[in-house]
Write a protein that binds this ligand. Structure first.
Ligand SMILES: Nc1nc2c(ncn2[C@@H]2O[C@H](COP(=O)(O)OP(=O)(O)OP(=O)(O)O)[C@@H](O)[C@H]2O)c(=O)[nH]1
Ligand SMILES: [Mg+2]
Ligand SMILES: [Zn+2]
Length: 287
């Protein structure tokens, strides 16, 4: 006998996905003509131990990855993007600005996690922390190793579904494990490049509260897709404000006369790296 059940995609493979429904998991083939991703809510037709996807519910949000002109759904029904940072390995600041722009484009609230706070921090990382903690974004200082700041982060995740992004080795899986109570395979840091630990996207429930985390290798980093003017405005607020005072309305904020943005950099009011990210990201404006 067939039975329709409601389920959620919790893990995604190349041609199939794992659907959690009524506390059981079913391995379902992904439909040919519809995109499915981790976080999708759907209906499945269950026949004894098999199940097929019969309907995908409307998504409250969708995060896409772009590769040239192609776009592919990465995760569905998220509320937040958690950008995980550490002093080792340290991400370039452009990485942060890019993810803030991606989050804005997908209408997801970003937050920052400065992990590995037990380590001695480089000046560069201290400066990064200082710069971004002033941007009016939720941020957390954590140490997985010393179990510091985890409770604050956990409480923030109540009623939220987030995806952790960050370079390989910053502690995404370690934090996910600490927040969910599930022991995940983590990476032993070495000086060798190119070894990644997490190999499939998976959605986990935060321990003892209503929140979820997606730990995904596919989103350590992604290519920047098209960017809207409003995302640039929202993410680079300080530059937008300064640009209102530029002498010419069509100021390119490069070598233009009377540019207030350049003046802001000279006076130390606008950070050089934020300006560099801004110039890089405006190249992708598509409207
Ligand atoms: N000192 C210190 N080490 C940490 C901390 N958090 C994680 N680590 C270590 O950093 C290494 C990498 O952690 P992972 O959680 O595997 O990193 P990841 O971001 O999931 O890496 P990928 O899955 O490759 O993307 C492991 O050896 C962890 O034990 C921390 O707060 N402090
Ligand atoms: Mg991992
Ligand atoms: Zn200007």
């Amino acid at each position: 006998m067939e039975k329709v059940q409601i389920g959620k995609v919790i893990e995604f493979y190349t041609n199939s996905c794992l659907v959690l429904s009524e506390e059981k998991t079913y391995n379902c083939m992904t439909p040919k003509n519809h995109e499915v991703a981790v976080g999708d809510n759907l209906e499945i037709l269950v026949q004894s131990s098999n199940a097929i996807i019969s309907k995908i519910h409307d998504r409250s949000s969708a995060l896409y990855r772009f590769r040239g002109q192609k776009k592919r759904l990465l995760a569905a029904n998220l509320t937040n993007i958690g950008i995980i940072l550490a002093s080792v390995p340290q991400a370039p600041r452009f990485f942060i600005d890019k993810w803030l722009t991606i989050a804005d484009g997908a209408k997801l609230e970003p937050f920052l996690v400065f992990n590995k706070s037990d380590l001695e921090l480089s000046q560069e990382f201290e400066d990064t922390k200082d710069l971004y903690s002033k941007l009016n974004l939720p941020y957390f200082v954590t140490s997985f190793k010393e179990n510091f700041g985890i409770t604050e982060l956990k409480n923030f995740l109540e009623n939220r579904t987030c995806i952790f992004v960050g370079q390989s080795g910053v502690g995404k899986s370690s934090l996910t494990g600490a927040l969910t109570g599930i022991n995940l395979k983590t990476k032993v840091l070495s000086n060798e490049q190119g070894q990644h630990t997490t190999s499939t996207s998976r959605l986990f429930k935060v321990e003892n509260l209503d929140g979820s985390i997606i730990d995904s290798p596919g989103v350590r980093d992604i290519e920047q897709g098209p960017v809207s003017k409003s995302s640039i405005k929202n993410v680079f607020h300080e530059i937008t404000e300064a640009s209102k005072k530029c002498q010419f309305r069509n100021c390119g904020h490069k070598k233009d006369k009377g540019c207030f943005v350049k003046k802001g950099i000279e006076e130390g009011l606008i950070n050089q790296s934020r300006y560099d990210s801004f110039l890089e990201l405006v190249k992708n404006i598509d409207e």
